[in-house]
Design a protein around this ligand. Sequence first.
Ligand code: NAD
Length: 264
Amino acid sequence: MTVQGVPGIPTAAVSRLVTYLRILEELERAEVPTTSSGALAERAQVSAFQVRKDLAYFGRFGTRGMGYTVSVLKRELTRVLGLNRSWSVVIVGMGRLGQAIAHYPGASEYQFGYVGLFDVKAELIGTPVDVPAQREGVSGSGLAASAQPRQLNIQHIRDLTAFAQQQAAQGRAIDMGFLAVPPEHAQAAAQSMVEAGVKGILNFAPTLIQPAQDSAGHERGLQEISDEWRDVMVENVDFLVGMKRLAFYMLNPQLRDQDPEEKA
Ligand SMILES: NC(=O)c1ccc[n+]([C@@H]2O[C@H](COP(=O)([O-])OP(=O)(O)OC[C@H]3O[C@@H](n4cnc5c(N)ncnc54)[C@H](O)[C@@H]3O)[C@@H](O)[C@H]2O)c1
């Protein structure tokens, strides 16, 4: 599979960039000034060739024989991954997972800021939830100091479109939504997000999102749907996939493959 819009870049390479960035952050914290493809490879458990190949998709970052300056490569990967800008995020589904995500401070380290929380349960609507502050601006040396933590009141999903319009009018259009509803409601909730103009959905529900119905469950004309869903990106996240893969490889260690690209 390749990255949409940029032919020839495997999505696995993008996942590895995220790993390289995490390693660079660790190196920076340890005040290590320079690194090499070999050192990055060892920590990322891939080959040095793989590291060089992944980085080469996005530009020339190092000096031959000299390796990489940690702060420069970190800054460049942050930019390539789009983490040097702020992203406005809504969470749809404020049950166990939605609440856990909302409280987790990790996302805000990269300027993913929660702007709205949505659910359908009457007892949840209006409930205040503490969310981490969104960090503003990334300097060459790292992230600027964060603002104070904030509280958001959970809103009803039917108010998402009006909320999105309000946000857009203030120049803070909603960029992405985290979908944490039961699988049987995921399609309708995703449709509500798309109707509100959300262009990126991180889907935690163990079901495939298919653009086929409106949020009230009515079948719709193909044209109407394809217009709304044009440019919508859906990423599926499922830790159970990881558990099942782990179980399989623990039972069949000899079948653990090398990444075919790595051999290339
Ligand atoms: N990807 C993962 O690794 C992972 C991990 C845990 C759970 N999950 C999945 O995440 C989802 C949520 O799990 P949970 O344990 O938090 O469930 P939960 O039942 O505790 O919470 C789900 C919430 O979604 C709300 N909801 C239902 N329909 C809605 C709609 N149309 N719009 C807005 N909100 C709506 C419910 O009122 C409820 O508050 C499930 O699909 C679960 O399978 C995924």
